[in-house]
Design a protein. Structure first.
Length: 277
């Protein structure tokens, strides 16, 4: 059992995601940065898609009521166990009564805390991923107690050589309504840097607008990574908790690597779209 002393800002439980239910309006959810999350799981001998704790911007303080093996990957949050600095991307042994404090992000936006065995919570529609309105809880709360699955035969053969790096170039392909864009909009889209504004697990907005927006379309399917353009010229990149359909023009589609990368960027960071064939 792990007790939440302080929950942090946006800490929640995620696994690989919830698939096969978009026809009833249920999004995929799951790890925002799949690469970092899967690496965390592999370090502690879990299946790479096992449930873990995703931590955004400011982390929790956790009290361990048993011995566990952990790993922390992704952004650097300067984590401490009993005030001693913790190494990332390595197995971490904690004992009964130890306290883990995950501070705020120094570089990047999200880190991942995996516990050998995984988190013992009810699976809903084939996933343990938290999603507002579907699961009983969304973000961790002070006083929560997290049950852990006993892992009797952990496999620690994974040799982690990962180096955490954030790329400001987001690689995109053409979306269904790309052909609706005019030359001046295209020039701006691929030659200008855009500043990240309001963002969350549903999507990322940017402070700059395209000079000319497009009229709305009939509501059509969208996916994580779909880039929409609103009639007023706002650009929105949809992410893991996004809706299943939308009425804005789908001008671009982010590839999976850049979708992971975007999840590690935060307010004020600048990006540039790079078109790939």
């Amino acid at each position: 059992m792990i007790k939440v002393i302080e929950p942090g800002l946006y800490s929640n439980i995620q696994d690989y995601g919830r698939f096969g239910y978009r026809n009833i309006g249920v999004p995929y959810s799951g790890f925002m940065d799949q690469d970092s999350a899967r690496t965390a799981n592999k370090i502690v001998g879990n299946d790479e898609n096992e449930s873990l704790i995703e931590i955004t911007l400011m982390g929790p303080t956790l009290l361990f009521n048993a011995d566990y093996i952990l790993s922390i990957t992704g952004a650097d949050f300067s984590s401490l166990i009993n005030n001693d600095k913790v190494d990332m991307y390595k197995p971490i042994h904690v004992k009964l009564g130890d306290t883990l404090k995950i501070n705020h992000s120094k570089y990047g936006a999200r880190c991942y805390l995996a516990i050998s065995g995984g988190i013992d919570i009810k699976s809903i529609l084939g996933s343990k991923s938290s999603f507002k309105g579907l699961t009983s809880s969304y973000f961790l709360k002070k006083g929560d107690e997290i049950k852990i699955i006993n892992n009797n035969k952990p496999n620690f053969s994974f040799d982690c050589k990962s180096v955490f790096k954030i790329d400001s170039a987001l690689h995109v392909s053409k979306g269904p309504e790309f052909c609706m864009l005019k030359k001046d909009s295209l020039d701006m889209l691929f030659n200008k840097k855009f500043t990240i504004g309001v963002n969350n697990r549903m999507g990322y907005n940017f402070n700059e607008k395209l000079q000319v927006g497009l009229k709305s379309i009939i509501s059509s399917p969208v996916l994580p990574g779909t880039i929409q353009l609103t009639p007023s010229g706002n650009i929105i990149v949809l992410h893991r908790d996004c809706q299943t359909s939308g009425g804005y023009n789908r001008i671009l589609q982010l590839n999976e690597k850049s979708l992971n990368n975007l999840s590690q960027l935060k307010n004020g960071d600048k990006i540039k779209f790079k078109l790939i064939n």
